[in-house]
Design a protein around this ligand. Structure first.
Ligand SMILES: [Zn+2]
Length: 120
């Protein structure tokens, strides 16, 4: 392996201790750059990841149908506050704007004119 000269090192890559290859980046920075800039590559990568996640899910369920139920139960017992927060957020998002305003007024005692559109 030929080590790249210092001139070709891309200084956007913060990993100065790693070997540098294409465009003067280390491996992880190069693939990150490809992911951010190349739409085709991004699509393919996401597809691959989704497939792998689904495969893993099916494998686990095949081994033990209760696996994910057990995990969720464990989490619920271990972090009851976080679990309640997740549920509250989940159901809050299902409400329409009027219901959200009502609920905020009921719980917080404040009148909200405009709700955040990002949460819709
Ligand atoms: Zn890097």
């Amino acid at each position: 392996m030929v080590k790249n000269s210092i001139m070709t090192i891309n200084y956007n890559c913060p990993h100065k201790d790693r070997p540098h290859y294409a465009r003067g980046m280390c491996r992880s920075c190069y693939w990150k750059m490809r992911y951010k800039t190349d739409e085709e590559f991004r699509k393919k990568t996401l597809e691959k990841i989704r497939k792998a996640v689904k495969k893993n899910y099916e494998k686990k369920v095949k081994e033990d149908p209760e696996f994910y139920r057990k995990k969720s139960r464990e989490y619920r017992h271990k972090y009851p506050d976080r679990w309640n927060y997740i549920l509250a957020r989940y159901y809050f998002r299902k409400l329409n704007d009027e219901k959200r305003k009502e609920l905020i007024k009921e719980v917080m005692g404040i009148d909200v004119g405009v709700t955040n559109e990002q949460n819709v």
